[in-house]
Design a protein around this ligand. Structure first.
Ligand code: AP5
Length: 214
């Protein structure tokens, strides 16, 4: 399975990418996660990316394209992959087309998570993440067993720096301007499949699994 998950911030792309990655045993490749890891490491890319990620703007295309090109060439991506949060601009989509041609592979589909704004804001303001093992929670929809403590590693959960109301508004603006045009881009190529990001985690996963059964 080779999929791109496309949709606004908070649509649930990362959550579905993790579920599909476990069920299909293929890597979920999130450019957001890779960038946050580089920021924590204090690497050169991380130092450059920090201001963009924390303010909700897009990191320059050249930086992300290089990262994805290297990641897709890794052995574990040969059997398939789920790209979460990439591409996010038409330039990134064109670069991805080129990388796929070089690797002589094609995408099975681009899944577009159509999601209402009210759901997005509720999900992002309620998201909590484990700073150690990276597991994602939501204070109401997917709460940890013990208040604010990670079920897996017992660390105290935190809120992402870009999940404040002001930064969420900017991320939504950036999405509309830079990323939404990709819906048309992939629709014209015939690879776009629409799913409702408003569904709960299990229902949405079952819709996606049915699409790719067999
Ligand atoms: P990134 O990390 O990719 O953030 P995003 O696209 O804004 O997406 P999110 O992670 O916020 O949302 P999601 O759709 O994955 O939702 P999730 O599953 O977590 O990017 C962050 C930043 O990095 C960007 O702003 C940019 O600066 C930079 N960047 C990344 N990629 C880039 C690129 N290609 N080019 C340039 N810059 C780039 O779910 C959200 C919440 O809802 C969670 O709490 C979850 O538990 C809950 N939830 C999820 N699904 C459901 C459901 N079905 N029902 C109920 N609750 C749910």
């Amino acid at each position: 399975m080779r999929l791109v998950l496309l949709g606004p911030p908070g649509a649930g792309k990362g959550t579905q990418a993790e579920v599909l990655s476990r069920s299909r045993n293929i890597p979920a490749i999130s450019t957001g996660d890779i960038l946050r890891e580089r920021i924590r490491d204090g690497s050169e890319i991380g130092r450059e990316a920090k201001k963009y990620v924390e303010s909700g703007s897009l990191v320059p295309d050249a930086v992300v394209i290089k990262m994805v090109r290297e990641r897709l060439a890794c052995d574990d991506a040969r059997r398939g992959f789920i790209l979460d949060g990439f591409p996010r601009t038409v330039a990134q989509a064109e670069a991805l087309d080129k990388v796929l041609r070089e690797l002589r592979i094609t995408l099975d589909a681009v899944l577009y998570f159509e999601t209402s704004t009210a759901v997005i804001v509720e999900r992002l303001t309620g998201r909590r993440v484990c700073p150690k093992c990276r597991r994602n929670y939501h204070i109401r929809n997917i709460p940890p067993k013990k208040d604010n403590i990670c079920d897996d590693c017992s660390s105290e959960l935190i809120q992402r720096k870009d999940d404040t109301e002001e930064t969420i508004r900017r991320r939504l603006r950036v999405y509309e301007e830079e990323t939404a045009p990709l819906v048309k881009y992939y629709d014209e190529k015939g690879s776009l499949k629409r799913v409702s990001g408003d569904l709960d985690v299990k229902k949405l996963n079952s819709v996606i699994e049915k699409m790719f059964k067999g």
